[in-house]
Every structure is written in structure tokens, then in C-alpha cells.
Design a protein around this ligand. Sequence first.
Ligand code: ADP
Ligand code: ASP
Ligand code: MG
Length: 422
Amino acid sequence: MRVFKFGGASVKDAEAVRNVARVLQHEGIDNTLVVISAMGKMTNAFERLIAAYLEKSDDFDAAYGHIEQFHLQMLEELFATDTHEVYASVNQLLGRLNGFMSTNTESNYNYVYDQMVGYGELLSTTIVSAYLADIGIHNQWLDVRTCIQTDANFRDAKVDWKATERAIQETVKSDQLYITQGFIGSSDVETTTSLGREGSDYTAGIFAYCLNAKSVTIWKDVEGVLNADPRVFTETQLLKNISYAEAVEMAFYGASVIHPKTIQPLEKKDIPLYVRSFDDLTKMGTKVSKGVELDPLVACFIVKKNQTLISIAAKDFSFMVEDNISHVFKKLHDYKLKVNLIQNSALSFSVCVEDKFNTFEDFSKELEASYAIKSYKEVTLYTIRHFNDTAINDIKARGRAIIRQINTETAQLVIQEKVQSS
Ligand code: ADP
Ligand code: ASP
Ligand code: MG
């Protein structure tokens, strides 16, 4: 089987959904499982809805109205009549979402988030599946929560591989076209979980692993994996061949083009990953596979904005060594702060972290009791794989370098960016 993944941009409006059909017609529809994300920026819209719901804020009606309107408009543009049965399916999903909101008594953000956010994917796949059927592409809609089994670590759920493999192999038959959701799973029949933002790539990797798939293709609005984020760099180059190891390094340092966990299951079974343009089907894009040389061998830039750099030193001027560093690490772990760079000297220990769960202030307060702390907010971490002098100088020109760390293949710079004068 082949696994395809279409992200939010691939289904951002009616035209894009029609294009998904064109891609499937061009590539063939047999033995294919298609993973689809929420449409456009709907996951962000759901995040706003969840916040408004939990805070009982005045923004609630606007947030809900936006989501409802977006999907209803999509139906209007894709289907000839409003008597089409897809309207009932969409209304049923919206009804369930409303049902959850009116009966739920839990206030735990992560739990509530996971019960609500996945409606973006459920709505999106319901609409795409119905549209494909409508134009004669027979397909099977699959509720991914019957397949991807996880623990109950909401918003960052861990996959139970054994249970997931069993469920997928029992459910998915190779000769059909399946349409299913990315990003979500379940910890029991009644509880939805999610795999972390941008998790649909990972879903594709999980299916491919469990199905011993021939390949995974991620369809994008870019030609493939580029050597830098085109939204941040004006000149970029297509990477035609990348090894799994290189892709893991890039994802590890924060390349957002492939979700970090996606590669591992593919590497284990030697399943190639293609990243291709959904606009230009003549292009082969990027192939990620085993042991190949990076081609072309150019400097690759990875940018992580909104980082916090924190420098930690012992108050009594003693060395930062094993015992206090391990204490700091334990706290980083307890506060779920993601560490993207580490640098230590005799007297201080610096880490660049991402405050994904809004816990930095509490972490910092707790550590202040034992250490002298200095922090820099809203810095940018630039990582350059296969760096050269020109590449480093380009980055240095972007602001003040607070930290520079270089090893054989990778240079990292923490930059306080120049404020753009208007
Ligand atoms: P999806 O719709 O699959 O979720 P994303 O928006 O997450 O797509 O990813 C596609 C976008 O990622 C591209 O439009 C591009 O702007 C951005 N991007 C960032 N870094 C890279 C990179 N190294 N190569 C290609 N695209 C990148
Ligand atoms: N829809 C989810 C998100 O935007 C998952 C994904 O698209 O990969 O994060
Ligand atoms: Mg994405």
C-alpha cells in the first residue's frame, strides 16, 4: 500500500479540495490510504474556540461561527445541492461537538483540547470523502480513532504500537482507497487524544509502518523539502535526496516541514518518504531514504522563533556540574519545557527553550530559589546544517548573536533580532 498525506494547505478551499481529487486521479487510487488534516487554518480556529469555551469569553460565538461558516461555505462550493447527505454528516459532527461542550464538566485544558480540536480533521475528511465519492472516486472513510491507540497524555499522546498495529491490520484492506484523519487517536473508545501540532505527518508514518507500506508521500504547496524556510529566506534550493538521519537531524532542530516523529517508523522499515508539490505533478520533489548523500550538498537553515534563552549559575559561584545540571534538567522535564540548545561553562549553564505549555515563568521562579538566573525572551535560534562561513555571516547579520555553538556538521546561533523600524 501507499500512504498519502494532505495537510491543511492542500484542503484550504474548494479549489484545493478539487485539486486533491486531481492528484489522486493522476497518481492512481488503488491501495492507497490518505491522511488528511483540518482544512486551512482550522486547527488554529479550533484553538481559539477551545480557549473561548474554557474561559467562557465573549469571543465564543464568533469563534464557533467562523468554524461553522467555513465548513458550510465549503459544502456550498463543492456540492450542487444542499440536500446532499454530506450536510447531515457535517451537522451530526457539529452536533456532537456542541453536545460535548454542553455536557462537559472537565476544566483540564489538555483534555478538553483533545476532545474538541480533532473535529477539524473529522469535518475535513468527511467533506473530502463525500466530494470524492460524488465525482465517482469510490472511497472508504475511516475513523482514525479506531486505529491509532495511545496513552492519555493529552496534546502529546504516545502511540501504543502493538495495539495500533493490530487495529490497523484488522481494519485496513489493501485494495481500497481510504480517507482518514491525521493528528488524532484515542486512549479508549470514548476519549480522543492528539499527537501534537503538525501531527498528521506522524499519522502517515504510523500507518505506513503498520501496513508495511511501499512509500509515504506528503503533498505540499512547495516543491519539496527546501534548504530553508521560504517564508524566512528569499533564496532557497530544493533538496532532492535526504537520508533518514539528515531528516531526523533537521526535524530535531525544528525544521517544520516534516514532523519530528515521522521519520523513525519509516526508517525502521526502510519505507521511502516523498515530499511533493500538489500543484506540479511532473516534479519528483524530495526523496527521504536510507543512507543517501544530501543532494545537493548545501547549507540548510532551520529557524526557531520565540525561544527563551536562560542562563543558570550557582549563587555561591560554585561549578555547574553533574548534580546541579541534573537538577535543572529534571525541572525542565517537569515543566515540559522543550530544550533546543544547551551550552555550559564552568560557572553557568545555558539552555534555549520553547515555552509550549506556558510554564516558563513558574519554572524560572522555582529555580531562582537555588540559582542566579538570567533570561532573554523572544530570541531566535538558527541552526545551520553543513554550514560554511557565508552561511554563518548571513545569520549574524540578522541581529546580535548571544550564543554561538559549532560542531562538525552543525552551527547554532541564538540571535536577538534587530527590531525593524517602521
Ligand atoms: P501542511 O499543509 O502540510 O501542514 P505546512 O504549512 O505545515 O503544510 O508546511 C508547508 C510550508 O512549510 C510551506 O509552505 C513552507 O512555507 C514551509 N516550510 C518551512 N520550512 C520549509 C522547508 N525547509 N522546506 C519547504 N517548506 C518549508
Ligand atoms: N491539523 C493539525 C495542525 O494544524 C495537524 C496537522 O495538520 O498536521 O497542527
Ligand atoms: Mg503542517
